[in-house]
Design a binder for this molecule. Sequence first.
Ligand code: KG4
Ligand code: ZN
Length: 338
Amino acid sequence: MLVLGVETSCDETGVALYDGAAGRLLAQALHSQVEMHEAYGGIVPELASRDHVRRIVPLARLVLAQAGKTPGDLTAVAYTQGPGLAGALLVGAAFGHGLAAALGVPAIGIHHLEGHLVSPLLGAARPEFPFVALLASGGHTQLMRVAGVGDYQLLGETHDDAAGEAFDKTATLLGLGYPGGPALAALAERGRPGLHRLPRPMIASGDLDFSFSGLKTAVATLARGAARDEQPRADIARAFEDAVVDVLVAKSALAMERTGCTQLVVAGGVGANRRLRAALDARGGASGFDVLYPPPELCTDNGAMIALAATLRLQAGLGGDAERGFTVRPRWDLAAAG
Ligand code: KG4
Ligand code: ZN
């Protein structure tokens, strides 16, 4: 079983080839649009779509060539069906359906977050069902109980901004460029801990939900008083990062306690955050759960997670979107995607 996966939901064109029988990734390629959007301080959807159009075919050719395969070897073509930017999603959907129709193989529409959810299976330490997943990306912050492929129970989610969105907005407040998360984390490395005390929103709410929009208001107030100098900005960055990490760790630990699961899987771009990883590992050690991450390069958007999700669905006897048809879902609940 050989599945080509394409990801075009946002600002990365990702293509990968997964061998289901061997259980391994054969090849993958990624083009990031970060430089293109940088000048605008954020993602320009129309430019994103056009760039996906330019990149997707050459990347698919490259991946097939790297693996020594031809289109005729493919069992299925998978693409991100949602959620994401509608125009960007349409590029992947059109490519996926076009290629699949030409080859006479199924086109499989995959939920972007399902891709992130299964991405730790691409690493050396593979989680076993059931596990809890913390999905923290630019668009989502959710805790899910994953009983199996396609069997997802939402435990809690953000009421407003996603964790990555909070990183990005706070980075803008501190005068850092796009994408803000990695830049803010780098600045926070030079910040002094404990200099500012920011709120830990909803940390004691007793449920598994989050709220991050208030934090940026708190940062805005601090940032107004901070000079352009690096040290005060770094101190604020550190305070912000510590607040987000504390909340994510506390809620994840509560989810582990409530579900009785012993493995926590962390996925999505924020999962690349070094301090979050260290804090989760420490809490897991103290509370008796293991924390698993995708390989660092597969934390952010990529085609490999889409190819893998489609492979697992096919192996589990779950179809793709033959009945859903050619459509994209810019807004789409993962719990409803099973
Ligand atoms: O999963 P992803 O690549 O795309 C979405 O599906 O959103 O996540 C991107 C998000 C962005 O908000 C980015 O700022 C954040 O992940 N991010 C980070 C780090 N690396 C990426 N946030 C905090 N620390 C990082 N090291
Ligand atoms: Zn993502």
